[in-house]
Write a protein that binds this ligand. Structure first.
Ligand SMILES: [Fe+2]
Ligand SMILES: [Fe+2]
Length: 188
């Protein structure tokens, strides 16, 4: 692998590790609030969180294997994730699932771009992300099936979440997500 591609693979493992940490914080905050307000959601959210903990561990290992360090903006993922999780939960179960749907959709989109880029460059990371993406799809399906309705508020909230997640991804990779899309467009 050429040095520039090696660096990109590290950035992919790094942003995914940070993103999984953000997801842990989202679900952690939702579970904490649900214990008080919506206890029936504690179990399904805890199951999603357990997946994110395992994904986070796997991306951390992938990062170490490539001599990469965790993202310097972890505090942003941590704080942003927790606030997003807590706020979404205060407005009831539907908004929890709207939040999950928006986060998982954005994640899915980024993982698909990464897979395309990695397939000819880093087979191990490609295989890892393939397996994780399958579980993320399960999270997305669950959110879509549990969500009861859409309206102007849920649409606006979903759009805000998608934009925020994409912005933090972009910031955490120093624009790597855009560069990757340009690479793919150039190769097409
Ligand atoms: Fe995950
Ligand atoms: Fe997920």
């Amino acid at each position: 692998m050429i040095p520039a591609d090696r660096l990109s693979a590290i950035r992919i493992a790094r942003v995914n590790h940070a993103g999984e940490y953000g997801a842990i914080r989202i679900y952690g905050a939702q579970i904490a609030v649900c214990r008080l307000l919506w206890p029936r959601l504690v179990l399904p959210l805890s199951q999603l969180k357990a997946h994110e903990v395992e994904h986070c561990r796997q991306f951390r290992a992938a990062l170490s294997a490539r001599n990469g360090r965790p993202c310097r903006a972890m505090y942003l993922w941590s704080m942003g994730g927790w606030v997003l999780g807590a706020v979404s939960t205060l407005f009831g179960p539907n908004l929890i699932w709207v939040c999950t749907e928006a986060v998982e959709e954005t994640v899915h989109h980024h993982l698909t771009d990464q897979l395309e880029w990695l397939k000819s460059r880093d087979g191990d990371l490609h295989a890892l992300i393939m397996g994780i993406q399958a579980e993320e799809e399960g999270h997305l399906d669950l959110a879509r099936s549990e969500k009861t309705h859409d309206n102007a508020v849920t649409s606006a909230f979903g759009a805000l979440v998608r934009a925020s997640v994409s912005m933090v991804v972009w910031l955490s990779t120093w624009g790597e997500s855009s560069q990757m899309l340009r690479d793919l467009a150039g190769a097409a």
